[in-house]
Design a protein around this ligand. Structure first.
Ligand SMILES: NC(=O)c1ccc[n+]([C@@H]2O[C@H](COP(=O)([O-])OP(=O)(O)OC[C@H]3O[C@@H](n4cnc5c(N)ncnc54)[C@H](O)[C@@H]3O)[C@@H](O)[C@H]2O)c1
Length: 465
């Protein structure tokens, strides 16, 4: 007997009504990503967000950049890049020809509703007591929540402690009555950008992706695969959050180790730079890290303390992180002591002296001055009675920052100006510097970066620090 479908042994079974697969938010979003029809929104158009926006534009997507800084939005509309190290073409390329139709930037966050995927790249600094300041992440999550709709994918890229995505973002979105993994999707993918690096860029740096649930992870992975060469899915958002912290803690701890080695070897009259070169000849088991005047930038001095704070929740100390922080934070003071000693040996008191700091950016060939140790060194020298100027080819003038407002302008660098200072402090080894010219014209040089290694002729006036 041929039975009518749904009729079994005399019982009428009502078939469960599943929505057709293609109607589900997940399938629709997947299809929009695969066909490049998805609109990608990036919030926070700084060192991380701007190149990411460009990467998705280059991959063929329509992109909308969001930022609270109207000056950045205006610059982008004019086709201008405000981040020099990325090259002038980065923005103008997005505005060229047909591509211009796929590019927009705005401070109007109601337009987040237009986006299929929203990636948040806002700052995650520390508060005055080294506690995480998640106010930017929270503000952005509130902005996204206001217009969150079915079928949207949200990804957090800001560096932060494990469970931020789940504890800070997810509840704000679910409060809208939508379900994660079904109605909307949420993931974490750390940014591993290293501004100024020439051998890697946003597309070539492998990308970790972890979802709040499996579906969110899959959708975020599919999206990044469109713009980034290698995407590595991990089990969940927490693994991705913790992996980023491990990477930065590893750097902070190793830099502290080599800074400590420098101080010890300096006291023994041994050249730490030659020691590192020698150790680096080992083909395995050693990775070179280099000493300096202290940590800088938005990552290494800050991110480790996000874990320290969160670790208190499970009652565990993070001794390596604290010790590394202690050593690294003491470096500007160590440099000031070396300068004082070097000047003393040259018969010069600090009070009333003229000192020039070379390099205000925290690392070579960028204009990023965030957390740069040069600021602390300048302030400490001024406190001791020195008159301090700076030169930096990438930083024509200082601007107000969270902790400093030096109100200084970069001086003109010339043989005559160099001769007018009692001491030159090399804080950043920008490749634009002519070290031989500097060595030939300076009375005294305190070098924190081994920048003077190739200099020929007299070297008695060069002091490592
Ligand atoms: N700079 C790096 O090299 C780097 C590398 C890896 C990870 N990160 C992480 O990426 C995140 C962003 O860092 P960044 O260096 O790009 O910072 P940034 O300061 O260069 O850029 C952040 C941008 O966010 C904007 N912004 C601030 N509040 C906002 C808000 N409520 N809504 C919209 N926009 C807002 C700012 O105006 C700014 O343009 C941080 O968590 C950082 O730790 C940075």
């Amino acid at each position: 007997m041929i039975r009518e479908p749904g009729v079994l042994l005399g019982w009428r079974v009502t078939p469960v009504q599943f929505p057709p697969l293609m109607d589900m938010p997940q399938s629709q979003l997947k299809a929009r990503i695969e066909s490049n029809a998805a609109v990608i929104g990036v919030i926070g158009l700084g060192y991380v967000g701007l190149p990411l926006l460009a990467a998705f534009h280059r991959a063929g997507f329509k992109v909308v950049g969001f930022d609270v800084d109207q000056k950045k939005i205006d610059a982008l509309h004019k086709g201008e890049s405000y981040l020099k190290h990325l090259g002038a073409d980065l923005v103008s390329n997005m505005k060229r020809g047909d591509g211009a139709k796929r590019f927009d930037a705005t401070a109007d966050f109601a337009r987040l509703a237009e986006c299929d995927a929203i990636i948040s790249c806002v700052p995650t600094p520390l508060g005055h007591h080294l506690e995480p300041d998640l106010s930017y992440v929270e503000a952005t999550a509130d902005d996204i929540a206001r217009t969150l709709r079915k079928g949207q994918l949200v990804v957090l890229e800001s560096t932060t402690y494990p469970r931020t995505t789940r504890e800070i973002m997810l509840p704000r979105f679910e409060a809208r009555g939508l379900k994660c993994g079904v109605d909307f999707f949420l993931a974490y993918s750390p940014e591993r950008e290293d501004p100024g690096r020439k051998d890697h860029n946003t597309q070539s740096i492998p990308k970790l992706v972890g979802g709040i649930d499996a579906v969110s992870g899959e959708l975020a992975t599919a999206m990044y695969r469109k713009a980034i060469k290698q995407v590595i899915p991990v089990s969940n958002a927490e693994v991705a959050e913790a992996a980023k912290l491990l990477e930065n803690i590893y750097r902070a701890v190793n830099i502290a180790l080599v800074n400590e080695m420098k101080m010890v070897l300096d006291a023994m009259g041994i050249d730490v730079w030659e020691v590192i070169r020698a150790a680096s000849t080992k083909p395995f088991g050693f990775q070179a890290f280099y000493p300096g005047p202290g940590l800088g930038g938005h990552c290494i001095p800050i991110d480790p303390f996000y874990l320290t704070w969160k670790a208190r929740e499970v009652g565990l100390p993070t001794r390596f992180i604290e010790l590394a922080g202690e050593v690294n934070r003491a470096m500007p003071e160590y440099v000031v002591q070396r300068i004082t000693l070097a000047m003393n040996n040259h018969g010069k008191a600090m009070k009333g002296s003229k000192i020039l700091a070379l390099g205000l950016a925290y690392k070579p060939d960028v204009d990023d001055v965030r957390e740069s140790p040069s600021f602390e060194i300048i302030e400490k020298l001024e406190h001791l009675g020195a008159q301090v100027d700076y030169h930096d080819p990438h930083v024509p003038a200082t601007h107000k920052m969270r902790h400093y407002d030096l109100q200084m302008r970069s001086i003109e660098l010339s043989p005559a100006s160099l001769k007018s200072y009692d001491c030159i402090v090399v804080a950043t080894h920008h490749s634009a510097y002519d070290w031989q010219m500097i060595a030939d014209n300076a009375k005294l040089i305190v070098d924190t970066r081994n920048a003077m290694r190739e200099v020929r002729g007299k070297r008695e006036h060069i002091v490592p620090a």
